[in-house]
Ligand binder design. Structure first.
Ligand code: C2O
Ligand code: CU
Length: 514
C-alpha cells in the first residue's frame, strides 16, 4: 500500500521534471579526457574546378546525420555536407579567387525543440556583399537553396561559416552548423611559419548530451548554453601526436556561449601570431589568454623543447560567468612522439605583417566616434536600447550608424554590468582595438579583429575603416543566446546598397547543379 501510494504521488512530478529539463548524460558515461585520437576537419572539395575561371564552386547540403561522438552512443547532429560526404569541411581558398557555395537546406525539424530551421549562412570574417552576408532576415527554409558568393580579396586569415537564422542561431549552431574557411595569400605563404600539415585547425566548442546521447540544449533563461564536454574538431578532449618542432594552431571558439582561457600545463607560453583578421604585426608570447566566442587566434607551440614521450596538456582556466563542470578545465593533449620530419616553416620571424592597414590606423585619422551600450533591460538583451525585433519592425530600415564609404571611425562598446560579458562582433570590417578601460589592449589582441571581448564592466574602443561596400550589415553579441534574444542591430555604409534580403533570392529544391 505504502509503496503504491508514493509511486502514485511521485510519477506526475517526475514527468514534469523530465519535461522541464531532460536529464544529462551521467558524468561516468562520458569518455575520460585524452583517450580519443585527435582528427582534422575534412577539407571541402569543389564541385567544379575550372582553372580558366576565377571562381571555385562548392555545393553543400545542410543535413541531419548520426555521428559517434561519445563512445557507445550515436548523436544526431546538423552539418554542412559537400557532395563527397565531407561534414563541416574547411573551405580553403587562395586570395583573389571568388568562391561560390550553393547551400541547400535539407534539415528536418529540430529534434529537441521542434521548430523548422530556416537558415542563413554567414561567412564570418569576409567582407561579403549584403545579400551574401548571412543577414538574419535573409532565410532559406527547409526544401530551398541559395547561392552565396565570397570575394576573398582580404588578407590571409581564418574565417568560419555558421548559421545566422533569426532567433534560432544558437540552437542551429549548437546542433553543429559551423565550419572553418581559410584564405591564404602570398605574404603569409612566404613567411617561414608553419604551413601545410603543421598548420592545424582547432575548432573548440562545448556540448551537453542527454542520457540517450542526444545533444541537450538549455539556454538558462537566455543567459547562455554551457556543456560539460569539450569538443575539438568534434572529438571530446582528444589527444594529438606531434613531432619535436613548431606547430601553428588556428583556434576558433565555435561555442554558443562559453569563453576560454588557454594555458599549457608545462608553463610554456603560447605565441600569438594571428587574430580574427589575419597575421599580427609581430608575434606576442603570452602565458595565458582569454578567448571569447567567435574569436580566432593563431598560436605557435614549439614541441622541440620536450623529450619524446612527454605529454603537454592545453588547459582552460575559464573566465567569469561561465558555468564550469568537472572536466571543462581541460581541452586536449599533445603527445610528443617523434623527431621533426621537416624543418620547413619552423620559425617565428620577429615581424609578421607590419604593413597591415587596419593595424596602422590611428585615432587622428578618425572623423566620427560613436558609442554602443550593451544592456539587459526587462529580460531582453539590447544595444543602445534597441533589439533586432525593432529592426524587423522597421522593415529592416532602421540603422544604428551610417558611416560613409571609406570613412574611418572610432566605436566604443560599453558593458556596465558585472553579471555577464559580451563578445561583440561587427560584420564587414576589421578593427584595431585602441584601448580597454582606458588601458592598452591586452597583449594577445594586438592584431586585426572583428570580435571584441567586452568583459564585465569593460569599455573597449576600436577603430576601423569602413570599406567601400555600400549596404546594411549586422552588429551583435556573439553569445548566440544573447544574439537571438535580441542583442543585434545594424549599420549601413553609404546609402541604398544591395538589399540584404531581396538581393539574391532563394529557390525551391532540387537545386540546379553547380
Ligand atoms: Cu559569426 Cu554575425 O556572426
Ligand atoms: Cu552578449
Amino acid at each position: 500500500m505504502g509503496a503504491l501510494g508514493s509511486a502514485a504521488v511521485l510519477l506526475p512530478l517526475e514527468r514534469l521534471a523530465t519535461a522541464a529539463a531532460p536529464a544529462r548524460m551521467a558524468a561516468s558515461n562520458l569518455p575520460r579526457p585524452f583517450t580519443i585520437p585527435f582528427t582534422l576537419p575534412p577539407v571541402a572539395r569543389p564541385s567544379r574546378w575550372d582553372p580558366d575561371s576565377d571562381t571555385d564552386h562548392y555545393a553543400m547540403d545542410m543535413v541531419q546525420v548520426n555521428q559517434s561522438i561519445l563512445p557507445g552512443y550515436t548523436t544526431a547532429i546538423w552539418a554542412y555536407q559537400d557532395h563527397y560526404g565531407n561534414l563541416n569541411p574547411t573551405i580553403d581558398v587562395a586570395q583573389g579567387r571568388q568562391v561560390r557555395v550553393q547551400q541547400c537546406n535539407q534539415l528536418p525539424n529540430h529534434p529537441q525543440l521542434g521548430y523548422a530551421p530556416s537558415t542563413s549562412v554567414h561567412l564570418h570574417g569576409s567582407a561579403s556583399l549584403p545579400q551574401y552576408d548571412g543577414y538574419a532576415g535573409d532565410v532559406t527554409s527547409p526544401g530551398n537553396w541559395k547561392d552565396y558568393y565570397y570575394p576573398d580579396f582580404q588578407d590571409a586569415r581564418t574565417l568560419w561559416y555558421h548559421d545566422h537564422g533569426a532567433h534560432h542561431t544558437a540552437s542551429n549552431v549548437f546542433m553543429g552548423l559551423a565550419a572553418m574557411y581559410r584564405i591564404f595569400d602570398p605574404l603569409e605563404q612566404s613567411l617561414p611559419i608553419p604551413h601545410g600539415r603543421y598548420d592545424v585547425p582547432l575548432i573548440v566548442r562545448d556540448a551537453m548530451f542527454d542520457t540517450s546521447g542526444q545533444l541537450l540544449y538549455n539556454d538558462h533563461d537566455h543567459s547562455g548554453v554551457y556543456g560539460d564536454v569539450i569538443l575539438v574538431n568534434g572529438k571530446p578532449w582528444p589527444v594529438m601526436k606531434v613531432e619535436r618542432r613548431k606547430y601553428r594552431f588556428r583556434i576558433l571558439n565555435a561555442s554558443v556561449s562559453r569563453s576560454y582561457r588557454w594555458q599549457l600545463d608545462s608553463g610554456q607560453p603560447l605565441t600569438v601570431i594571428g587574430t580574427d583578421g589575419g597575421l599580427c604585426p609581430a608575434p606576442v608570447p603570452v602565458n595565458q589568454f582569454r578567448h571569447g566566442v567567435a574569436e580566432r587566434y593563431e598560436v605557435i607551440i614549439d614541441f622541440a623543447r620536450y623529450p619524446i614521450g612527454r605529454r603537454v596538456v592545453l588547459k582552460n582556466l575559464s573566465n567569469k560567468n561561465n558555468i564550469d563542470f568537472a572536466n571543462t578545465n581541460k581541452v586536449m593533449a599533445f603527445d610528443v612522439v617523434a623527431e621533426a620530419t621537416s624543418q620547413e616553416g619552423n620559425s617565428i620571424p620577429s615581424e609578421l605583417n607590419p604593413g597591415n592597414d587596419t593595424m596602422n590606423l590611428t585615432e587622428a585619422m578618425s572623423t566620427q566616434s560613436r558609442r554602443f551600450d550593451l544592456v539587459r533591460t526587462h529580460g531582453r538583451w539590447t544595444i543602445n536600447g534597441k533589439t533586432w525585433q525593432d529592426i524587423i519592425d522597421s522593415d529592416f530600415r532602421w540603422v544604428a550608424a551610417n558611416p560613409k564609404p571609406n570613412a574611418i571611425e572610432v566605436w566604443e562598446f560599453r558593458n556596465l554590468s558585472g553579471g555577464w560579458n559580451h563578445p561583440l562582433h561587427v560584420h564587414l570590417i576589421d578593427f584595431k582595438i585602441l584601448d580597454r578601460n582606458g588601458k592598452p589592449p591586452l597583449p594577445h589582441e594586438r592584431g586585426p579583429k572583428d570580435v571584441a571581448y567586452i568583459g564585465e564592466n569593460e569599455s573597449v574602443r576600436v577603430i576601423a575603416k569602413f570599406k567601400n561596400r555600400v549596404g546594411r550589415y549586422m552588429i551583435h553579441c556573439h553569445n548566440l543566446v544573447h544574439e537571438d534574444h535580441d542583442m543585434m542591430t545594424q549599420f549601413e555604409v553609404g546609402e541604398d546598397g544591395d538589399d540584404p534580403i531581396y538581393g539574391e533570392p532563394t529557390h525551391p529544391l532540387p537545386a540546379t547543379p553547380v
